[in-house]
Design a protein around this ligand. Structure first.
Ligand code: XMP
Length: 499
């Protein structure tokens, strides 16, 4: 006899079931508003120590988030979560790519330098190979002796290619100290009409380089989500059973570790997650869960809780296992507990439209995570394929046979089968090609701001308080979509079959 079913309960009482709702079952009730959508502030907390400018995360899936996606997400105000179908070394490299993408000071190891013994030709060749337009000239101690720039000023210096680089370099070098900020660096370069400034320590030893190109790039992304050192933030998925991966991700500078399982309300998962949380510096978000009881087990150590048992577009968990929780109810249940403890909640999966995303926030989430919405963008891994004249990109569940074969099946708490007889909980699919992430994010965030405008809330926390739902009938759902017309020009944020 199962020990959690009391003997005296008749089975028929199980049929007195509570109702659980999802996105299409509800709409936001419009309210008197003094908030213009463009003024609605989407800033939110994803985890205890990480704030983002837009409440949007890209899913930790091998057809959605690698470093290109994570860089783009952070530059545009959200957060990318790197998937875990890669080796630990690959993961460390990917985290490094994100963290160094918009760095103000290029660290010493990555700076292209010239040796004073080299000839002008050798340095030119090296700079061309490395794709840089100038290089500090440093001796073997790392002391900065000068700086050599690209060939355009060379004709005025009357040096030839076989001369030592010291003949062609500028030896009165403008340098900066390690605590330089972007404004001061810009002013310094502007004043001296230079494009790069070596950063040196007290003994004039090179520690890095600031470039004008880097500064201008950073200025382009005003909304970017950065850590205290000005580097882009990123998350990374880890298993609760792989402490060494978690440690490596933490050391590589990941801002949030996402304990990535399909069912986190599991004793072994919670123990593993708790252990990891107690050893790493990074925030630890735990998921996925879908009930208040699960949330209660996590709030004392998690920096965030991720919600979603089976809502994903490529997910077959509910039909394969018979288990799941419609997403609006799942989010609300978890948020009831998590909000009491100031633990942020992330709604993960099932979001097809911007309206779904803002409904998830109304139900109590602080941020949303999406897979299919971003899988068709340029920044997602994989190439564009053409079928019947239409462009697509691959999108597959992490519980699909293909993804499990090329990674780890422990997200689904399964052993690796010896005979390749996987029991998948996801499918492999294709999703329409969508172009740049920036325009997708713009539509998503803009639609969420519209929702805030209809409710009259200028911030995410005000919106969570003020928003109310109405229940929608199936006739109401049909009325919500474009109907009785043939769409002639596709809108950038709407497709009736919600691709
Ligand atoms: P969307 O709907 O945005 O969902 O495409 C993305 C989320 O789905 C989850 N996920 C899966 N769930 N089987 C599942 O049951 C799978 O194979 C699978 N792969 C991803 C995951 O939480 C993701 O963020």
């Amino acid at each position: 006899m199962a020990n959690d079913v009391p003997e005296h309960e008749p089975y028929s009482s199980k049929l007195e079931v509570p109702e659980a709702l999802t996105f299409d079952d509800v709409l936001l009730r419009p309210k008197e508003s003094r908030v213009e959508p463009d003024d609605a502030d989407l800033t939110t907390q994803v985890s205890t120590n990480v704030e983002v400018s837009v409440p949007i995360l890209s899913a930790a899936m091998d057809t959605v988030t690698e470093s290109d996606m994570a860089v783009a997400m952070a530059r545009h105000g959200g957060l990318g979560v790197l998937h875990r179908n890669m080796t630990i070394d690959e993961m460390v490299e990917e985290i490094g790519r994100v963290k160094s993408a918009d760095e103000l000071i290029i660290p010493f190891d990555s700076v292209v330098t010239a040796d004073p013994e080299m000839s002008v030709r050798e340095v030119d060749d090296q700079m061309a190979r490395e794709g840089v337009g100038g290089a500090p000239v440093v001796n073997t101690n790392g002391e900065v002796l000068g700086i050599i720039s690209s060939t355009d000023i060379r004709p005025h210096l009357e040096v030839n290619e076989d001369d030592p680089v010291t003949e062609a370099m500028t030896d009165e070098v403008i340098t900066a100290s390690e605590d330089i900020d972007p404004r001061a660096a810009f002013d310094l370069m502007y004043e001296h009409k230079i494009e790069r400034v070596p950063v040196v320590d007290d003994e004039n030893l090179l520690v890095g380089l600031v470039t004008m190109q880097g500064i201008l790039q950073r200025r382009e992304y005003e909304e970017a989500v950065r850590d205290e050192d000005g580097r882009l933030r990123c998350g990374v998925a880890v298993s609760p059973f792989e402490a060494d991966r978690a440690e490596a991700a933490d050391e590589a500078g990941a801002d949030i570790l996402f304990i990535d399982t399909a069912h986190a309300h599991n004793k072994n998962v919670i123990e593993g997650a708790r252990e990891i949380a107690s050893t790493v510096q990074a925030d630890v978000v735990v998921g996925n869960v879908g009930t208040r009881e699960a949330a209660a087990e996590l709030v004392d150590f998690a920096d965030g809780i991720k919600v979603g048992i089976g809502p994903g577009s490529i997910c077959t968990t509910r039909v394969v296992s018979g288990a799941g929780m419609p997403q609006i109810t799942a989010v609300a249940q978890v948020a009831d507990v998590a909000n009491e403890h100031d633990v942020p909640v992330i709604a993960d999966g099932g979001i097809r439209y911007s309206g779904d995303a803002i409904k998830a926030i109304a139900a109590g989430a602080d941020a949303v995570m999406l897979g299919s919405y971003f899988a068709g963008t340029d920044e997602a891994p994989g190439r564009v394929v053409t079928m019947n004249g239409k462009k697509y990109k691959q999108y597959r569940g992490m519980g699909s046979v293909g993804a499990m074969k090329s990674g780890d099946s422990d997200r689904y708490l399964k052993e690796e089968p010896e005979d390749d007889e996987y029991v998948p909980e996801g499918v492999e699919a294709a999703t329409p090609y969508k172009g740049s992430l920036q325009s997708e994010l713009h539509q998503l965030a803009g639609g969420m701001q519209s929702g805030m405008g209809y409710v009259g809330a200028g911030t995410i926390s005000a919106f969570k308080e003020r928003s109310e739902f109405v229940r929608v009938s199936s006739a109401g759902q049909a009325e919500s979509h474009a109907h009785d017309v043939v769409i002639t020009d596709e809108a950038p944020n709407y497709s009736p079959d919600s691709d």
